[in-house]
Design a protein around this ligand. Structure first.
Ligand SMILES: [Zn+2]
Length: 317
């Protein structure tokens, strides 16, 4: 079996991934997301290009774009910016929280089978452009992961249908599932996906570090064997970066350093090229030095930014 990862420019070997941010948003089209939060519109090609070039300048090689099909994902621009910068981009099919879709969206009306076929075909054939004007056009770039999400109410009937479709597409294609979680919903999601036959090494649970006062939750998720994404870095409205580092130290101490992925989960408000203050150089320039300061060695850091993403985003068949 050869180990490969699907990027928008085609398959690469897992060890070619290099320095990877495991959860970002390079583009989000104008739409329902921006109606809810105006920072959820990232649609200026040249600004995103500038940001990705900044990432490249600090040694970045790969970015996971977490915006799924039909939810403002701009597949054609992901390909274009990857082509122009030579940065690997792993795109998402799947679905986001239902608040990010208008009431009449196909996400609500499609059957489980139809959703499964849509996700699988985006992983195997190519992604839909899915803008208002070019609704049914698709490109040859394929998605590399299946995004899933729940809201605070957890696994309702509609979410269970969506999760089953995602699980079937994952079993068919080998693509990993990357799931948005709310405070403490991670366990329920892992349990449901396990029941559908998904192995822990094919699951990535995002935002595991939003609320970190109580370590028992993170420990419970870690013990299931899934990959955990720490993406609340430089988001000081939640907690300080020092507290984030303390969480990482606890996870290392508990033996889970091979399961940690990191990213910034950027929005328009944080990207430097859009006038924000964080930027895609933040992990390299600020967060890694802070980890060093607290005794986290380069061997561990290499795992979080290179080795663990290389395993987590590898196709499992
Ligand atoms: Zn996100």
């Amino acid at each position: 079996m050869h180990h490969s990862i699907m990027t928008v420019k085609g398959e690469i070997l897992s060890d070619e991934l290099g320095l990877c941010h495991s959860h970002e948003h390079l583009f989000i089209a104008e739409g329902q997301s921006a109606k809810i939060n105006k920072a959820l519109r990232i649609d200026d090609y040249n600004k995103t290009l500038e940001e990705v070039l900044l990432f490249k300048k600090i040694g970045g090689q790969s970015i996971v774009d977490a915006q799924p099909v039909g939810c403002g994902r701009m597949a054609d621009l992901l390909y274009k910016v990857s082509e122009e910068t030579d940065i690997n981009i792993i795109a998402s099919t799947g679905f986001h929280k239902l608040i990010f879709y208008p009431e009449n969206h196909w996400i609500h009306s499609m059957s489980e089978e139809q959703l499964m076929e849509l996700f699988a075909s985006e992983l195997q054939v190519g992604m839909y452009i899915n803008s208002d004007e070019r609704r049914y056009e698709r490109i040859i770039s394929r998605a590399g992961i299946i995004k899933t999400a729940v809201d605070t109410e957890g696994m309702t009937k509609e979410y269970r249908k969506l999760f089953r479709a995602a699980a079937k597409a994952s079993l068919l294609t080998g693509a990993p599932i990357m799931s948005h979680s709310e405070t403490r919903t991670g366990i329920e999601q892992v349990k449901f996906l396990s029941e559908q036959g998904i192995a822990p090494e094919s699951m990535i649970i995002c935002h595991i570090d939003r609320s970190i006062e109580d370590f028992t939750y993170q420990l419970e998720v870690a013990k299931t064997g899934v990959y955990m994404e720490l993406d609340t870095i430089g988001r000081l409205k939640y907690h300080s970066d020092e507290d984030e580092v303390k969480l990482i130290l606890k996870l290392i101490e508990a033996g889970f350093e091979d399961k940690i992925l990191i990213g910034l989960d950027v929005t328009r408000e944080r990207l430097k090229s859009y006038g924000g203050e964080i930027g895609l150089d933040y992990i390299k320039e600020s967060f890694i030095p802070l980890m060093h300061k607290h005794g986290i060695t380069d061997t561990w850091i290499r795992k979080f930014i290179i080795d663990n993403p290389a395993k987590a985003f590898t196709k499992k068949i």
